[in-house]
Design a protein around this ligand. Structure first.
Ligand SMILES: [Zn+2]
Length: 220
């Protein structure tokens, strides 16, 4: 019998929807007592859109979560966004503090980067833990630069119907790839099936490779 590896859903805002699904759910906005008792992995981070006037307080709260929620496996999503959110200066300050927290607590980083790949590359050397750019939607050059900086790239619902994303996906080595559903009400196996078809690989191989990526990047 073939040993089928679980579907890793690298970034979702929802509960697992398949019995073979292994999620990293963004739980930053959930109350502590709920967060603590979820029977699956969560990530917590200060999303650039959520940065308030008092981001030091928000970052203290985040550090509390890291110390008190045993199932936090990653810090994120956090990062930089030129389309939405406060001034870049403030976003950079909050992001750099989160990089320090990730380094200190040895948490993998899940990144939200919108029109800021070059800003990120300028500071990526500060990162001492694995990092994954979620919802990647850049071009081939940006994909290569991010991978060379050490990051992996996670692909979500756009993989199903965006031709440009599909084209770039076919060129990226599978050992730098993750798949996700993010906020969309789709099933993770649909994204995996599409990924396997685009790579012209058996689904079993895609499941195994992404499982191995997860074991490598999340200290399983
Ligand atoms: Zn998200």
């Amino acid at each position: 019998m073939i040993n089928l590896h679980p579907f890793i859903n690298l970034h979702t805002h929802r509960k697992p929807r398949l019995s073979q699904e292994h999620v990293v759910r963004n739980g930053y906005l959930l109350p502590l007592d709920i967060l603590k008792n979820l029977p699956y992995a969560v990530s917590c981070g200060l999303h650039p859109w959520l940065i308030s006037n008092n981001h030091f307080e928000q970052l203290n709260h985040l550090e509390d979560l890291i110390n008190n929620v045993p199932n936090i496996c990653a810090l994120g999503e956090c990062g930089l966004d030129r389309v939405k959110g406060p001034a870049m200066e403030i976003q950079l300050e909050a992001f750099k503090i989160q990089i320090q927290l990730a380094n200190h607590y040895r948490k993998t980083l899940i990144l939200h980067l919108v029109k800021t790949y070059s800003d990120f590359l300028a500071i990526s050397k500060k990162i001492q833990v694995p990092c994954i750019v979620h919802g990647f939607k850049g071009n081939a050059t940006e994909a290569n630069q991010l991978i060379q900086s050490g990051a992996s790239l996670s692909f979500g619902p756009r993989l199903l119907n965006d031709l440009k994303t599909q084209e770039i996906f076919t060129q990226i080595p599978l050992n730098k790839v993750y798949l996700e559903t993010d906020t969309k009400p789709i099933m993770i196996d649909v994204v995996y099936n599409k990924a396997a078809a685009l790579k012209n690989l058996d689904l079993v191989v895609v499941r195994e490779t992404i499982w191995n990526n997860f074991a490598r990047d999340f200290n399983q």
